[in-house]
Every structure is written in structure tokens, then in C-alpha cells.
Ligand binder design. Structure first.
Ligand SMILES: [Mn+2]
Length: 337
């Protein structure tokens, strides 16, 4: 199924009706959540809490740990670990493109009486009975704000902080292609509530333990450039092992910024960071400058994402996985930038 049309009013209304039906609500972000997923869920959670709805927010990571950069977001009191998220009759997912991205909470969501998904991924797989999907939306957080408006809850600084965190994450602070005049209008609306946008940005982008800065050095020092890959468009690749992280005592989310440094290399259309999880699987992140749609590659490899940013997780030998990835990337069609 493709999602080329904007969501219709009837689908939005179905979501509003299930959230305000009086049943306990569970709002879900994807595994290894980012600020768009958790920010969206928390923003709607705060709004529902204000309406008196019994609401909890969770994601299916096992072990369950809130990523460090998200701990400053308001609404943390709504967060529960997966074992405490069961038995709720209404489940709504945010920024979740496929059912496996719910991890440990997949069956909890599927067994809910009412189940809806709100998302902006072109790779969304229509796993929920009610799907509100807008691939033109630069962030799921923008859709969360629309839902809050439709719920009739007034925007305040707590809600705006969560939405803004998602918005800057998915637009790269308004630098990426998906940013439109409407995006800046939304940002203006959020800032008008008095949020400390400077503190939100610092917490998300510019606040890392010193060990994470050292890890950046380790990762970049072993980066390799292959100008023949991606059918001659070039790839820059590096990796971080679980052992690297053990030595520096940093969690896997400390590796996130490596790709933001790697992807600036002029010679490479695609950049790739391979991150080894504690149990040995590889979490692979890809970025493109726009001439290839990296989500077309990651979907083939069991993942998802967007044209400019995508990822997947796979087990196996790292060299083998890289060769497999290069094969898939070589076959992607080139696009106009
Ligand atoms: Mn998103």
C-alpha cells in the first residue's frame, strides 16, 4: 500500500473517539526510540492526562531504559516499562512504521480493543486497523500536534517542548528537505508558549558525556571511504563494537552522533554506521544526500526509515553484512537531488 494522500478527517476522528472513550489508553513509541517517537507520545499523553484520561506511554525495549537525551522531556511520570503497559484497551503508536518496531509490546498493542497508528514513514506497513499516515509531514510530532488540536487541548509549554523536540530531531533543526513554510509556522507557535528551545536543542544535540566524545574519535578514526560503492556515488562507513562501548562505558545511544559527523564527507553520497548491540546484532544507520533513497535498501534488509535517513538491525559477521548492504545499495535507482 502506498500513502500518497493526506489523512482523512474520518480517520483522525476515529483516533479522537478511541482516545476519549473512557477506556485506559496506551501510547507507544518505537523501540530504540528517538525524540520524534517519544516526544509525540508524551505530548499527546500530557494532553490526555489534562482531559482526565487514564493514559500511559511506553516502548518495547528490553531492557527498558529511557534514552538519556529524552529524560529532560516533560511527562516522564506517564512512562511505564512494557510489563506495566499490558491490558489497556486503547493503543496508539507514534512514528512506528512496522509492527516489529513495537518490540516487546507488539502483542499488547495487537490485543487492544482499539488500535491506531500515527506515522509519516513512506515505508509504513498498514499494521493497525486505523492508520493516520502523512508521508509529507516532516515529523510525527507535527501530526501529534494536529491530534492535540483536534482533542481541543490548549497548547502549553510542556506539550510544546515535547513537540519541538520531535520537530528538530526529524528536520535536523530545519535543515532537511522536508522542512516547509508550514514547519516554521508550527515552530513559531511552539516558541510562542515560552519554551526554552535553546535548552531543548542542547539536551538533544550538545550534551554528551566526555566518554561519548572519545568514542566519536574512535569511530571516525576507523572510517573508510569507498568511492566505487553505491554505483559510483560513494559510501563512507564506520563501526562501533560492543567492546568499544564497554571500554569507554557508554550506552549504544551515545553512538548516535557518529553518523552526523561522518555524513559530511563530500566524496560519499551515502554514509553508514554499524553499531554492535550488547548481544551481538548490528544496528545499521544510513544517511543519503538525496540521490538515492536509502529506505529502499533498508526495507529489503528488514528495516525502515526515510529517503534521507534509514536503518535496520541484523545479525551476522560485520564484513558480510557490509558486503550485503553494498550489493543492495548498488542496485538502487539514482534520483534527482
Ligand atoms: Mn519520525
Amino acid at each position: 500500500m502506498s500513502w500518497i494522500t493526506a489523512p482523512i478527517d474520518a480517520d483522525w476522528q476515529a483516533v479522537v473517539d478511541m482516545l476519549t472513550s473512557g477506556e485506559p489508553v496506551l501510547l507507544l513509541a518505537h523501540v530504540a526510540p528517538d525524540a520524534d517517537a517519544v516526544g509525540s507520545a508524551l505530548a499527546v499523553g500530557i494532553a490526555l492526562d489534562r482531559l482526565g484520561v487514564d493514559v500511559r506511554v511506553s516502548f518495547g525495549d528490553d531492557p527498558f531504559e529511557i534514552p538519556r537525551v529524552l529524560r529532560g522531556l516533560p511527562g516522564q511520570h506517564l512512562l511505564v516499562e512494557p510489563s506495566q503497559a499490558l491490558g489497556r484497551h486503547v493503543a496508539v503508536t507514534f512514528d512506528v512504521s512496522s509492527i516489529d518496531r513495537l518490540g516487546a509490546l507488539q502483542s499488547a498493542a495487537q490485543s487492544a480493543k482499539h488500535f491506531a497508528a500515527i506515522d509519516h514513514h513512506a515505508s509504513y506497513t498498514a499494521f493497525a486497523p486505523v492508520s493516520v499516515v502523512d508521508v509529507t509531514s516532516p515529523a510525527t510530532a507535527v501530526m501529534a500536534l494536529e491530534l492535540i488540536d483536534r482533542l481541543g487541548v490548549e497548547l502549553d509549554a510542556d506539550i510544546a517542548t515535547c513537540v519541538y523536540a520531535g520537530l528538530i530531531t526529524d528536520t535536523g533543526s530545519f535543515r532537511y528537505f522536508g522542512t516547509t513554510p508550514a514547519t516554521h509556522h508550527i515552530a513559531a507557535r511552539l516558541l510562542a508558549t515560552g519554551i526554552r528551545h535553546d535548552i531543548i536543542s542542547r539536551q538533544i544535540y550538545d550534551d554528551e558525556p566526555f566518554a561519548a566524545v572519545k568514542l566519536l574519535g574512535v569511530a571516525l578514526s576507523r572510517a573508510e571511504l569507498d568511492t566505487t560503492a553505491v554505483d559510483g556515488l560513494g559510501i563512507a562507513v564506520t563501526y562501533v563494537t560492543a567492546q568499544d562501548r564497554r571500554i569507554l562505558d557508554v550506552p549504544i545511544d551515545a553512538v548516535e552522533r557518529v553518523i552526523d559527523e561522518l555524513r559530511v564527507a563530500t566524496e560519499a553520497e551515502v554514509s553508514c554506521v554499524m553499531k554492535e548491540e550488547d548481544l551481538g546484532a548490528w544496528r545499521v544507520s544510513l544517511r543519503s544526500k538525496g540521490q538515492v533513497d536509502v529506505s529502499k535498501a533498508t526495507v529489503q534488509l528488514g528495516g525502515g526509515g526515510h529517503r534521507f535517513a534509514a536503518g535496520y538491525t541484523r545479525e551476522g559477521d560485520r564484513e558480510f553484512l557490509l558486503a550485503e548492504l553494498k550489493d543492495v545499495l548498488n542496485s538502487l535507482p539514482h534520483m534527482a537531488e
